[in-house]
Ligand binder design. Structure first.
Ligand code: CU
Length: 464
């Protein structure tokens, strides 16, 4: 696996003639200017690469100049800076999924920032307040750009994290390729109106079933991000004891076994895995959903057993997310439905030309120059509860930008009080999501099945 190092990315920038990548000062904190970190350069590129047997795939998109987008490592509470340099023939932006960034850094064209045109650049600077597993992707022509490769994983480290013997990061996604290994149509309208159009080639870290070595009897932290545009996974681990430590960038209140755990596009999980004692033993992460279950990745035990105990892993530190005040919270009703109204106008940000879905009866493809009115205007610092109801026969991973919510209750299942940014709502489910509107700006709320998003299941809230 070729991973881009930071050094490699900076070298790429130098080769492209982007010298002197200084960025504006970060502003003043308590009277002194915070040191502006040197920006990492994330340059979009169109490459050829091997994704399946049968040849190289053309027109793959990435950041860097080879292989999958780099895993970005940030530190909780420390400034991060990245310069997006657009070297592809399509406007783009970067959204930092799940990271509570200032509104201007959120990467949604028109709503919060201009397009970054070919040959142009944009400087993103923010301080991640939360530790965990997150990811990044464009918010422009998303089906095409994400479908062709522009999805990368972010790890925000916390110095207080428990110690593991090994850590692995898995970027899970599909590709829509034909037998000749070349891209086929990114979507079919009849599928977009149902579950979304599935890929034909399934990968972890752009590989078919990669295998990584981990110390026998050791403790592994496995960070998994679903960056696919469509696929919902049901996870199972075979061959070892495994527990879910964190979901969607936040520690779970109580750890549990990932036994057929359902997660959708945009969601992440962190597993603690205790490797078997025997050298050569294999641990498999599987997707057991649907008619074509698959081993996604394997871990192979190596060396003599470290004889660790999974109970040795201290709890992860909670992120500083404000507690919703349920006695004072105002309620916001959201109904997710199918629609056949309003064929969206063609935009350069990737309109699919169809309108299949709506939130509160308004279909809006998002990322267009004609924003609809916000779903609600929220008062800065106040508590809110979203009462969301799914009136469709499909599941929808609903993602809120800029703020984290707490899962309060569901009409169909017992839920842990998880802190999250993406909730996979099931057919006929009603769920209550509570949060404090503590981040000013316009924040998208949309389905992360990109065909649903782009054919109407998008809206936003305004915090003032
Ligand atoms: Cu959806």
């Amino acid at each position: 696996m070729t991973l881009f190092t930071r050094r490699g990315l900076l070298k790429t920038a130098a080769l492209a003639g982007i010298g002197g990548v200084g960025i504006p000062a970060m502003g003043r904190l308590g009277g002194w200017a915070a040191a502006a970190p040197e920006p990492m350069v994330l340059q979009t590129a169109k490459i050829q690469t091997k994704l399946m047997d049968g040849g190289l795939t053309r027109d793959v998109l990435t950041y860097g100049n080879a292989g999958m987008p780099p895993v970005l490592r940030m530190k909780k509470g420390e400034p991060f800076a990245a310069r997006l340099v657009n070297a592809i023939d399509d406007p783009t932006t970067i959204h930092w999924h799940g990271i509570r960034v200032p509104n201007k850094m959120d990467g949604v064209p028109f709503l919060v920032q201009p397009y970054v045109y070919t040959g142009d650049h944009f400087d993103y600077v923010f301080t991640p307040p939360d530790a965990g597993t997150f990811w990044y992707h464009p918010h422009c022509n998303t089906l095409e750009q994400m479908g062709h490769g522009l999805t990368g994983v972010i790890v925000v480290e916390n110095p207080g994290d428990p110690k593991f013997d090994a850590e692995f990061v898995l970027n899970l996604r599909d590709w829509r390729l034909g037998d000749d290994a070349q891209f086929i149509d990114q979507f079919r309208p009849r599928d977009a109106a149902r579950t979304g159009t599935y890929g034909t080639v399934r990968t972890a870290n752009w590989l078919d079933q990669p295998q990584y070595d981990a110390p026998a009897g050791g403790l592994v932290r496995l960070r998994v991000a679903i960056t696919d545009v469509t696929r919902i996974y049901a996870f199972r681990v075979d061959g070892a004891e495994a527990t879910v430590m964190a979901l969607d960038g936040n520690p779970v209140p109580e750890r549990f076994s990932p036994d057929a755990l359902l997660l959708g596009p945009g969601q992440r999980m962190e597993l603690a895995i205790r490797m078997p004692d025997d050298e050569g033993a294999i641990v498999s992460l599987r997707d057991v959903r649907g008619t074509k279950p698959k081993i996604l990745a394997n871990l192979r035990a190596t060396g003599g057993s470290l004889k660790r105990d999974v109970r040795d892993i201290a709890p992860l530190e909670a992120n500083p997310v404000k507690e919703v005040d349920l006695t004072a919270a105002q309620h916001i009703s959201l109904a997710l439905s199918a629609t056949a109204e309003n064929v969206p106008s063609d935009g350069i940000c990737g309109s699919l030309g169809y309108s299949f879905w709506a939130i509160n009866k308004v279909p809006w493809p998002g990322d267009t120059p004609d924003p609809t009115a916000p779903l609600a205007e929220l008062k800065l610092g106040k508590s809110y509860v979203i009462d969301m109801e799914n009136l469709t026969p499909q599941s929808h991973p609903m993602h809120l930008h800029g703020m984290s919510f707490k899962v309060l209750s569901s009409s169909t299942r017992q839920v842990q009080p998880l802190i999250s940014d993406t909730y996979l709502i099931q057919p006929n489910e009603k769920v209550q999501l509570g949060f404090v509107a503590d981040n000013p700006g316009d924040w998208l709320l949309h389905c992360h099945i990109i065909e649903h998003q782009k054919s109407g299941m998008t809206s936003y809230v305004r915090v003032v």
